[in-house]
Design a protein around this ligand. Sequence first.
Ligand SMILES: [Zn+2]
Length: 335
Amino acid sequence: MNWQIIGHQKITTYLENVLLNGRLAHAFLFYGQKQLGKREMAGQFAKALLCYEKKHTENKVNNNIPCEQCESCLEFDKKTHPDFYCITKASTDKNIGVSQIRELKNSLTNRSFFNSYKVAIVDGAHELSTSAANSLLKTLEEPLGKTVIILIAEKLDSLPTTIISRTQKIKFLPVAKKDIYNFLVTKNLDRDLALHVANLASGRPGRAFGFINNPEAWNKYLSSVNYFFKIFASKKHEKIALVNNLLSEKKLVDQVEIVLPLLDFWQMLFRDILLLKLQQSDKIINSKASHELERLADYFDLEKILKINNYIETAKNHLARNVNVKLVLENFLLA
Ligand SMILES: [Zn+2]
């Protein structure tokens, strides 16, 4: 088969079998955390379902689907396939509204243009409004001819059980680091950099794509690493100045928005320093910064690193309660 998906081999095999034996559920639910590749998998599955070659595949003449050549595959790539629909929340809306689901139902009632399936993806099913979910439920209860609906959500408990029970559930788990690394190397990424990005991705291919397709995200990451080294290698009064700079003239909510991810990030870097101390450099995430991390590792003994980790946890708890951000950060850095 011809699926361009990173990892998720078991799911790909399962869906390929579903296509081959033709025993299709009317609705699927792809669920799991963000950036694992649920949307990509749903797209490939939809494309394969709609591909003309699928007809031959059912006779096992050619099992390279989607074929990437037929009119259906070409229309799909151009995002103009008349039998494919994708519903998602508009950035300006609070949720996926009932009018979007009604419109989708109308479209699914029409005959297929290519005399085949009609496929719809509801991306972000956890964002359906209550009335939109009720409207969708009716469609799932009385499926319309040759239609397949793929719902995508992060968590099962964010969806009504009535909807969940009418779908074929497929759970997505984090992808192995080596799968992400191998993919990045095939894209001609330098091996060191590929390893570093695969580490940072933490099992989420979408995160790796974010770094390689968006130089801004990568530069932001690099400057966060530099900031970390700067702050932890500086003297006490310099730390205070850096904190002042970071937080000055910002509202409390914005300060929390800045500092919480920063503390998570620092925790990750201290985890790396701890691993270096324990001679487990093969397990560190920020591999390309390993020299600088080693230098910092000389400053801290094991006890201090564990203490810092506790301080960070405490600071995060305090921040969640909206206390004085500057004070929390200063207490932590001067401790
Ligand atoms: Zn095709």
